[in-house]
Write a protein that binds this ligand. Structure first.
Ligand SMILES: Nc1ncnc2c1ncn2[C@@H]1O[C@H](COP(=O)(O)OP(=O)(O)OP(=O)(O)O)[C@@H](O)[C@H]1O
Ligand SMILES: [Mg+2]
Length: 262
């Protein structure tokens, strides 16, 4: 691996396990002594909780899309509006230092919801977040892990091209496979060349069916359905601490990814 940390984005249908996997990747890289920037780019943000950030730290997070003053200051336009003239190339380089919170060696920032202004909106907050993500992927040295929604709303072509690996999480089910295929196509259209899959919530004996359904795509690994994962979520605990066996499995998936990127 080079000095510059990998930039890895997680996507997939709702509820498949994107946040679970992204959080474990963060912890595993942090354990290796790497600098980690965890980016919650899902409008329904909960990566901080999955990472085990205590409530008093999570309370301090200022979500980018909700910071009206920042949006106005950088884009020159009122958030939530469209049709205004605003700066298309806002300054973003200083934003990470000001907006991250840190716990257990992991820095976290939260992008928030920009879809309020309508699908695919070119509203000021969306422009700011797109530029910020682009900067995080192209301009930062640390390992950057992005937890995304299935829509890839914030991924411009330039950003997508800078992502080292795009991991699409699937759960056993035709609907999830279908979303995964759509995400894979979308990512490839955007210029991401390294697209991989992880099958999550897999029950014993289902591996072959999944392989068959996802033929032609690289599956990094299978993470079993495990009550401990759901239980950690229910208890609001970090899986990394409560379920070392799951972390070990994810470590194998991470190793496979790194092997694929060599
Ligand atoms: N392998 C697994 N076994 C059991 N439960 C799991 C597993 N992976 C994830 N879960 C549970 O499934 C739920 C959804 O997981 P997670 O939040 O990681 O998915 P997501 O794709 O990020 O969802 P969203 O689209 O809502 O952001 C959580 O309650 C989580 O604890
Ligand atoms: Mg999530």
């Amino acid at each position: 691996m080079s000095e510059k940390g990998l930039k890895i984005a997680f996507s997939g249908k709702g509820g498949v396990g994107k946040t679970t996997l992204a959080s474990l990747f963060c912890h595993l890289y942090a354990k290796e002594g790497r600098k980690i920037l965890a980016v919650d780019a899902d409008p329904d943000a909960n990566l901080g909780m999955a990472l085990g950030f205590p409530p008093e730290i999570r309370k301090k997070i200022v979500t980018i899309a909700d910071d009206r003053q920042l949006i106005k200051e950088r884009t020159g336009a009122e958030p939530g509006t469209s049709g205004q003239i605003f700066v298309l190339n806002p300054r973003v380089e200083d934003i990470p230092e000001r907006y991250v919170v840190e716990h257990a060696g992991i820095k976290l920032m939260q992008m928030g919801n920009v879809t309020k202004g309508g699908a695919g909106c070119a509203c000021p907050e969306s422009v700011l977040i797109k530029h910020l993500l682009r900067h995080l992927v192209l301009g930062r040295d640390e390992t950057v892990i992005v937890d995304m929604e299935a829509g890839l709303e914030h991924l411009g072509r330039g950003t997508a091209e800078g992502v080292d690996a795009f991991v699409v999480v699937v759960e056993p089910g035709q609907r999830s496979f279908q979303t995964a295929m759509a995400v894979v196509d979308l990512a490839k259209d955007l210029g991401v060349t390294k697209v991989f899959l992880v099958a999550n919530k897999v029950l014993p004996g289902d591996e072959e069916t999944i392989r068959e359904a996802l033929k032609g795509l690289t599956i990094l690994g299978f993470l079993p359905y495990h009550q401990g994962i759901a239980r950690a979520d229910l208890a609001g605990q970090s899986l990394f601490e409560t379920e070392p066996l799951i972390s070990e499995k994810v470590m194998e998936i991470k190793a496979k990814l790194e092997e694929e990127l060599l």
